[in-house]
Design a binder for this molecule. Structure first.
Ligand code: MN
Length: 195
């Protein structure tokens, strides 16, 4: 991802007169140290996928996870890094109108806070391509790792994997069984209809 201008790629891809997504402010350093936030959005675009976003350095670092997260530590899920999103995107739920980038309904599937469980800063971990984080979500809890496997200018590939802890499970399948919005309780169908 180009690093010099924050949110440049995000904004370049969108026409804010046409889409309903937030323009977003470029955040300065947070005034107080608050817990860092995450969101996972279910996005029915050309293909359905889950967008995992973690607050790192004042933006939402973003990964498109085609199959969504698994709670089974033996399962590695491809997570393709996408452009940084503004912090305001964390609460975005609605329908991106046809003809726009990413057109289709977006659900706030899960949200909450997370902790960096490595000793290095999140920024450093991100740059080095190995992030370990503990989620406190409405659906997901526990430790996950994101590990970069392929460095590319446009689409770096990472793997998302559940780390072994009390929240790991080979049986539970939240992607399949918990299908409503963590924000509004709506189904994907309702979001598509209501916007
Ligand atoms: Mn998406």
């Amino acid at each position: 991802m180009p690093k010099n201008i924050p949110l440049k790629t995000y904004r370049a891809k969108r026409d804010f007169k046409k889409t309903v997504e937030p323009v977003g402010k470029v955040q300065k350093k947070r005034p107080q140290k608050k817990a860092t936030i995450f969101v996972i959005q279910r996005h029915e675009a050309t293909r359905t996928h889950f967008d995992l976003r973690l607050e790192i350095t004042g933006v939402l670092k973003s990964w498109a996870v085609p199959k969504g997260p698994s709670l089974d530590p033996a399962i590695k899920r491809l997570a393709v890094e996408t452009e940084d999103h503004p912090m305001e995107y964390a609460t975005f739920e609605g329908v991106i109108p046809e003809g726009n980038y990413g057109a289709g309904p977006v659900m706030v599937w899960d949200f909450g806070t997370f902790e960096n469980i490595k000793t290095q800063s999140l920024k450093k971990c991100y740059e080095q391509g190995h992030i370990e984080f503990f989620l406190h979500g409405k659906k997901l809890n526990g430790a996950f790792a994101l590990i970069r496997t392929h460095l590319s200018q446009t689409k770096p590939a990472w793997l998302l994997v559940k780390m072994k802890d009390e929240y790991a499970s080979i049986k539970k399948n939240p992607v399949k069984n918990q299908t409503k919005s963590a924000k509004t309780g709506r189904t994907m169908k309702q979001i598509s209809k209501e916007g």
